[in-house]
Ligand binder design. Structure first.
Ligand SMILES: Cc1ncc(COP(=O)(O)O)c(C=O)c1O
Length: 455
C-alpha cells in the first residue's frame, strides 16, 4: 500500500477522540463475537431506548415525503399538516442545497427563540438571523470557530479540564495549542477566576498567545451549571485579556435541580452592555429532550463579531455548501415547538416532561449508586447526561486499564478519565446516565462487584 502513516499530517496523527477511542473499538469487537455490551460511553439517548418526540417525527415525515399530506392526512394532527406546508414553501424542500448559512426561515426562528429565551421584564435581547449559522450538529459549529481562530501553533485555546474531547481533538487537528484550566472537583466542579488567571499566565510564559476560552455550560463530563456571577466573571476575564468566548450550551435543557437555571452567555453579555468580547454560542438537537443525535442539527450564534469575520465564517460554511437539510429542519422544530392552543401542544409537553423527569431520576439514581460503592466518589449530577466519579485504583494502575478490564469482564463500556483530562494522579471514568433505570441498576451492581474484586 502506497499510503502509510508517515505520509499523514502531524495534526491528524495528534488528534485523539476518547469517546469513540480504543475501548469502544474493543466493545464493538466483543459485541460482534456475541457479548452483550451496555454502551455508557456516549451521550446518544435514542441508542439507549429514548423515544423521539412524535411531533418531530411527524413533521420530518411530511418534510421528506410531502405526498403523505394528501395520501394519509388522517395520520397527522392539523397543526402538523399546516406547519409542514408552511415550511415546505419557505424552505424549497429537503432535496436542495440551502444557502450556506442555512435556511433563512430556520435562522429567523432561532433568532426569535434566543430573544424569547433570554429576555424578561428587565432586559430585551436582540438576535440577528444573519449572525446565525446552521451546522451539522454543534460539533461542526465548534470546529468552524476553532478553524477560524487558530492561525499558528502558538495560538492557545483555553479549555476546561476535564473537557469534552471535541475541543482537544479539534485544537490538535487545526494545529493550535491547548491551554487547560482545571475545574475544582471538591466544589462541585466550580470554575474559579484564580485558576483562569493561573492557566493564562502559565501559557503566556511559554510563549503562547491565548486567543479564546471555551466554556461548557452545563458541563460535559461534569454536569456543573454555571451561575450568572460565574458567567460574568468569565466575560470580564475574556475582556481583560482580549479573548473570544466559545460558549457550548448544548445541554441547556438538561438541568435537574429546581434551584438551578440555565443562563446564557448571550444574556449576561447583553446585561453587562459589553460590545467588545466576541461570543460564539452553540446549541444542538442531539441533547436536551430531543436526543436526535443522528439527524445532525446544530447552530452557532455570533455576537460582537465584525462583518469581515462573519464573512469568513460564511465562506468556511460555503466550502461544504450547507448543513444537511434534515438537521436544519430539526433545529427549526427544536426552537419553534408547538404552542399553547395548537393541537400537538399537550402531547409534545407530556413527552418532553416525561423524558426530562426520567433523566432527572436517572441522574439521582446514578450519583447515589456510585457514591455507595467503596472507593468511588461522585459529585451530584445536576446537569447534562453524565457522571464523572473519582475512583481509587490499586497503585500503578490507570483508569484506562480499569475501563478495559471492566469491559472485558462485564460488557460495560465507559470512557476513562484520561480522555477528558484530570488532575495528575487522580483517576476517573465517565458514564452516561442514559440507560433505562433497570439497566442502570444492573450497571451499578456490576460496577460494585467489579470494584471489590479488581486488583
Ligand atoms: C459539550 C458538547 N458539545 C458538543 C457536542 C456535539 O454535539 P452534536 O455535534 O451532536 O450537536 C457534544 C456531544 O456530546 C457535547 O457533549
Amino acid at each position: 500500500m502506497s499510503l502509510s502513516l508517515s505520509d499523514l499530517s502531524e495534526e491528524v496523527l495528534a488528534a485523539q477522540y476518547a469517546v469513540r477511542g480504543p475501548i469502544v473499538a474493543r466493545a464493538m469487537e466483543l459485541e460482534r463475537n456475541g457479548k452483550t455490551i451496555i454502551y455508557c460511553n456516549i451521550g446518544n439517548p435514542q441508542a439507549l431506548g429514548q423515544k423521539p418526540l412524535s411531533y418531530v417525527r411527524q413533521m420530518l415525515a411530511l418534510m421528506q415525503y410531502p405526498e403523505l399530506a394528501q395520501k394519509s392526512p388522517q395520520a397527522f394532527p392539523s397543526d402538523v399538516l399546516e406547519r409542514a406546508s408552511f415550511l415546505l414553501k419557505a424552505s424549497g424542500g429537503m432535496g436542495a442545497y440551502s444557502e450556506s448559512k442555512g435556511l433563512r426561515v430556520v435562522r429567523e426562528a432561532v433568532a426569535e427563540f434566543i430573544v424569547k429565551r433570554d429576555s424578561d421584564s428587565t432586559l430585551t435581547l436582540d438576535a440577528d438571523p444573519d449572525h446565525i449559522y446552521l451546522t451539522d450538529g454543534a460539533s461542526k459549529a465548534v470546529q468552524s470557530v476553532l478553524r477560524l481562530i487558530i492561525a499558528s501553533k502558538q495560538d492557545g485555546i483555553m479549555i476546561p479540564i476535564p473537557q469534552y474531547p471535541l475541543y482537544s481533538a479539534s485544537i490538535a487537528l487545526y494545529g493550535g495549542s491547548q491551554v487547560g484550566y482545571y475545574l475544582n472537583e471538591t466544589t462541585g466542579w466550580a470554575l474559579s477566576e484564580n485558576e483562569l488567571e493561573r492557566s493564562y499566565i502559565t501559557a503566556k510564559n511559554k510563549g503562547i498567545t491565548v486567543k479564546a476560552i471555551c466554556v461548557i455550560n452545563p458541563g460535559n463530563p461534569t454536569g456543573a451549571v454555571l451561575s450568572k456571577e460565574n458567567i460574568a466573571m468569565v466575560i470580564a476575564f475574556a475582556k481583560k485579556h482580549g479573548l473570544s468566548i466559545l460558549a457550548d450550551e448544548v445541554y441547556q435543557e438538561n438541568i435537574y435541580r429546581p434551584e438551578d437555571k440555565f443562563i446564557s452567555f448571550a444574556r449576561v453579555l447583553t446585561e453587562l452592555g459589553d460590545t467588545d468580547v466576541c461570543l460564539f454560542s452553540f446549541h444542538s438537537c442531539s441533547k436536551g429532550f430531543h436526543g436526535e443525535c443522528g439527524q445532525r442539527g446544530g447552530y452557532l450564534e455570533a455576537r460582537n463579531v465584525s462583518p469581515e469575520v462573519l464573512a469568513q465564517i460564511t465562506k468556511l460554511q460555503s466550502i461544504a455548501l450547507c448543513a444537511n437539510l434534515s438537521g436544519q429542519i430539526l433545529v427549526y422544530l427544536m426552537v419553534r415547538p408547538p404552542r399553547p392552543g395548537e393541537v400537538s401542544f399537550s402531547q409534545y409537553e407530556n413527552e418532553k416532561k416525561e423524558i426530562i423527569g426520567e433523566l432527572a431520576a436517572r441522574a439521582n439514581l446514578m450519583a447515589e449508586g456510585l457514591n455507595r460503592i467503596p472507593g468511588f466518589s461522585c459529585a451530584p449530577i445536576v446537569g447534562a447526561m453524565y457522571a464523572f466519579p473519582q475512583i481509587q485504583l490499586p497503585l500503578g494502575r490507570s483508569d484506562s486499564e480499569y475501563c478495559l478490564a471492566l469491559l472485558e469482564e462485564t460488557g460495560i463500556c465507559l470512557v476513562p478519565g484520561e480522555g477528558f483530562g484530570q488532575v495528575e494522579g487522580s483517576a476517573h471514568f465517565r458514564t452516561t446516565i442514559l440507560p433505562p433505570r433497570d439497566q442502570l441498576q444492573q450497571v451499578l451492581k456490576k460496577l460494585e462487584d467489579f470494584q471489590r474484586r479488581w486488583k
